[in-house]
Design a protein around this ligand. Structure first.
Ligand code: AGP
Length: 588
């Protein structure tokens, strides 16, 4: 995690670094900092909290060389001291990643006389750079990274040379090119409006950047050529369009996300079907919300194509020594395409001979580079940490993937059905009034989301969303499992939100409602099944439009997302940037 940016050239390094950090803030916002070379001296400015806290410190600072960092804490609490950059002597460094062997390195450096001030793993890099420095910062960085275990994207500057030295391994890093100026950053949006051409560095690469030149080196420190590509980022600082939060704005963009994803799918369908022909088993994987979308994918492929499928969180999958071969397809789902566990899971699958399909909203990422086929999610930039329109876009892509595998006629029917769904989602968004249910949830000691089959997948997402942005505890649970344990938690202070969109299973889920009511728990129902609303007319009920059962998750999803949003608003939470989280989780 963390976002980093560097600038060198004839322009204003302070403005560029600060602006880049604002665009990178989705990667972490525990603290922010920057180091600039001014009059031959390195000066470091850092502050706990949001990037904007850094702004007053930079008043009057002038420089043409600088590096910056916005942090998601891994080692050491969020504080001014633990904020990056870290420095040793005349060298400053910013780091995104985790140094797994930092404790041993730190002990050795201390025994050599180094003085540490922070609790971070990253500070060892500054001291190693100083120790290895012999007149060439890039060479010192090469010697330093040889000693590191873990993941890193690094940028270093020093008082002795006008250059930025960078290196990457398992954390993203790109270079950008300007006229008499050059850039480096964690991702393309950070260089939006600054650099039209970029280079994505490969694992093990280093680079030496001056105002006039960029030299790239491979892991053996041999000069390397890397492709230069257009910067595809669109303005990530998009406005709020009159909404109080990005989450609400992005939630309202759900119909567009589904529509654009279905349109984009047509462009990859043939390639996908040919890559997946002969596949006898599917494994779906992802983390968090993407994992919840993956659960729908598993269900779709089993139902539509009758091919066995599994679904596992990427963090579990990558360490279980999975049984994979050429007849298996691994479908890796990720909004960012940069989630460390998902990228590693996909890499492992590829190394074991499986076909890898990426379902992602980021069309140039670590995940897309690994995949045999990329199925685009066309949700557009998602700024709020809580995923909304990307989740529904992922479900749409997975629905069409499974339909395409099931055959041409089946696909055509499904394409027709999904083309009508954006209008249903719009109708859902317009009709939903979550105010009173949001107040009930906000004042509950626990909120349990219950459902069966696809409704269970949405229940998991509803619970995650509510926890993530409102901090109200709870669980997503299969309605049938309630009586096997979680029922013990139900009392008058709890609320259970029961999702029922499957006519066949409706009665079964209704049993769960009765069980909760008879223990004094509060219940709300989200449904589009005739009869359910009538039966529980005295309960708070959210009615969704009628819809094909396989597409109902798209409607139920916006309902639970809106509920979470409203409950978080009732509690006055900082909705777009919930505590302890970051948009892109690039560490383990
Ligand atoms: C979503 O609301 C969460 N912030 C989180 O679970 C997220 O979905 C997860 O970290 C995976 O991210 P990815 O889709 O970018 O891989």
């Amino acid at each position: 995690m963390c976002g980093i940016i560097g600038y060198i050239g004839g322009g204003d390094a302070v403005k560029t670094v600060y602006g880049g950090l604002k665009r990178l803030e989705y990667r972490g916002y525990d603290s922010a900092g920057a180091a600039f070379l001014t009059d031959g001296k390195i000066r470091v400015y850092k502050k706990q909290g949001r990037v904007e806290k850094l702004y007053p410190l930079l008043d009057g600072v002038r420089s043409r060389i600088g590096i910056g960092h916005t942090r998601w804490a891994t080692h050491g609490v969020p504080s001014d001291t633990n904020a990056h950059p870290h420095r040793a002597g005349g060298i400053a460094v910013v780091h995104n990643g985790i140094i797994e062997n930092y404790a041993a390195l730190k002990a050795e450096l201390i025994s050599d006389g180094a003085k540490f001030v922070s609790d971070t793993d990253s500070e060892v890099i500054a001291h190693l750079l100083l120790k290895n420095y012999n007149g060439d910062l890039t060479e010192a960085l090469f010697k330093t990274v040889k000693l590191l275990k873990g993941s890193y994207a690094l940028m270093a500057i020093c008082e002795y040379e006008e250059k930025i030295a960078v290196a990457r391994y398992k954390s993203p890093l790109i270079l950008g090119y300007g006229n008499g100026e050059n850039f480096c950053a964690s991702d393309e949006p950070a260089l939006y409006g600054l650099s039209e051409k970029i280079t994505v560095l490969e694992d093990g690469d280093l680079a030496e950047i001056t105002a006039k030149s960029v030299k790239i080196f491979d892991k053996n420190f041999k000069r390397a050529e890397r492709e230069t590509e257009p910067n595809l980022a669109v303005s990530a600082s998009l406005g709020l369009d009159g909404c109080p939060h990005y989450m609400l704005k992005e939630l309202r963009e759900t119909p567009l996300s589904v529509e654009a994803t279905a349109r984009a799918f047509k462009g990859v369908k043939d390639k996908l079907v040919s890559a997946l022909s002969g596949v006898k088993r599917f494994v779906f994987t992802g983390c968090g919300t993407a994992y919840h979308a993956a659960l729908c994918g598993k269900r779709y492929i089993e139902s539509f194509a009758r091919i066995p499928a599994e679904c596992e969180t990427a963090g579990e999958f990558r360490y279980k020594n999975p049984v994979l071969g050429e007849d298996t397809a691994v479908i890796a789902v990720s909004q960012s395409g940069e989630t460390a566990d998902t990228v590693e899971a996909a890499g492992l699958a590829r190394s074991l001979g499986a076909k890898v399909v990426a379902i992602t909203n980021s069309h140039r990422s670590q995940l897309t580079r690994l995949a045999d086929v990329v199925v685009p999610v066309a949700a557009g930039p998602e700024i709020c940490v809580a995923a909304t329109k990307s989740y529904t876009g992922q479900i749409a892509a997975l629905y069409l993937l499974a339909a395409a595998v099931a055959g041409e006629k089946f696909y055509n029917d499904c394409a027709e059905k999904i083309s009508k769904t954006p209008a249903l989602i719009s109708a859902t968004l317009e009709s939903l009034d979550m105010r009173s249910l949001a107040h009930i949830c906000a004042s509950s000691s626990g909120v349990y989301f219950l459902g069966r089959d696809l409704d269970y997948a949405v229940a998991l997402e509803g619970s995650l969303k509510l926890k993530e942005i409102s901090y109200v505890p709870g669980e997503g649970y299969p309605a049938g499992e309630l009586k096997h344990g979680t029922l013990a938690l139900i009392d008058v202070n709890t609320t259970s939100v029961v999702i029922i969109t499957d006519k066949v299973l409706a009665e079964k889920s209704e049993n769960a409602i009765e069980q909760v009511l008879s223990r004094g728990g509060k219940v709300a129902v989200i449904t589009n099944v005739n009869g359910v609303r009538e039966r529980f007319s005295d309960l708070p009920t959210v009615v969704l439009p009628e819809c094909d059962k396989y597409l109902s998750p798209l409607l139920a999803a916006v309902a639970v997302q809106l509920l979470a949003y409203k409950a978080a608003a009732v509690l006055g939470r900082e909705i777009d940037k919930p505590r302890n989280l970051a948009k892109s989780v690039t560490v383990e």
